[in-house]
Ligand binder design. Structure first.
Ligand code: NAP
Length: 288
């Protein structure tokens, strides 16, 4: 345990629950390795206490927090200012406290893009991309892909109305990227799969080891790549299945590390040594 004194800066995570979070381990590892006198703590914040918790950042001079499920959207109206990407996405996953002024950022978007390039070697410019899931993570992913000048993004969800709402939201925001909404159903997607350059899973499918049912992924061209936002100790069923078929596929551990690196940089003005956070995560969940 490091020395804690009157100068120790406090960072943390607001979520409900937070017990499963890997963020304390990766941030504390970086503080320690970089000799920064700071500590990252998990705070279990019930939805009805979120407003109080955000105010406490000012009262207790907590220097910054990450924000996770279920608070990412509601916290937008509780901070003093929103950075451009958080405003676009409509969700905050990182708060910076500077002299009691709270700014909300979203590093899921830049984290996804960093991992897409670094871990999968994929450049979305001019590409056709199918995103499964129309929730909060899809908003961050689609924003990154639009900023990266993807040619076409299909948003597929089990709830067609949800996919349509999100597609409509994005259609007005970005020039140069066509957005479509689709039902995430094997039959509805079958005709599309042969035209796709990148498949992204932004649903929770795979978190408990479960697979998508009924989709024939062999319809994807062999040049297609796969990014699964979900991560698990032995990678996800989607990643394992598609790798076995010869596709390039990665899970979301790289995104988790990259969004953490971006948040760390916003808080401290410094970048952790490349790979440090990812290695800590690998060790934690894969024993690697
Ligand atoms: P969310 O807001 O609950 O959205 C998930 C969406 O997927 C919902 O619209 C849901 O519809 C839909 N869905 C669920 N099962 C489906 C299926 N079988 N077929 C089609 N659509 C389905 O969750 P989120 O915050 O976007 O997160 C999604 C996943 O990404 C989570 O597993 C999360 O852990 C992961 N994630 C990873 C990172 C990372 O750093 N690697 C970052 C963010 C999120 P219903 O609401 O109707 O069920």
């Amino acid at each position: 345990m490091r020395d804690i004194d009157g100068h120790t800066r406090i960072y943390g995570l607001f979520g409900f629950p937070v017990e499963h979070s890997l963020s304390p381990a990766m941030h504390n590892e970086a503080f320690e390795k970089m000799g920064i006198n700071a500590l990252y703590l998990p705070f279990r914040v019930a939805p009805e206490r979120l407003e109080e918790a955000v105010s406490s950042l000012r009262a207790l001079a907590i220097a910054g927090v990450n924000v996770t499920i279920p608070h990412k959207e509601r916290v937008c109206v509780l901070v003093d200012d929103l950075a451009a990407e958080a405003r676009l996405i409509g969700a905050v996953n990182t708060i910076v406290n500077r002299q009691e002024k709270l700014t909300g950022h979203n590093t899921d978007c830049s984290g996804f893009m960093a991992s897409l390039t670094g871990d999968l070697g994929f450049d979305p410019r001019g590409k056709r991309i199918l995103v499964l899931g129309a929730g909060g993570a899809c908003r961050a992913v689609a924003t990154g892909l639009c900023l990266g000048r993807a040619a076409w993004i299909g948003i597929a969800d089990g709830d067609m109305a949800k996919a349509r709402r999100l597609a409509r939201f994005f259609s007005g925001q970005f020039e140069g990227t066509q957005i479509a909404s689709l039902l995430c159903d094997p039959q509805a997607l079958a005709a599309l799969l042969p035209t796709i350059d990148l498949l992204v899973n932004a649903t929770p499918v795979g978190m408990r080891g479960e697979s998508f049912v009924g989709h024939d992924w062999r319809l994807l061209p062999l040049s297609a790549a796969v990014y699964d936002l979900v991560y698990s100790p032995h990678s996800t069923p989607l990643v394992r299945t598609l790798r076995a078929m010869g596709y390039r596929a990665v899970d979301g551990l790289g995104m988790l590390a990259a969004q953490g690196e971006e948040a760390f940089n916003l808080w401290t003005g410094k970048r952790p040594p490349p790979g440090l956070m990812k290695m800590r995560l690998e060790k934690l969940i894969r024993g690697g």
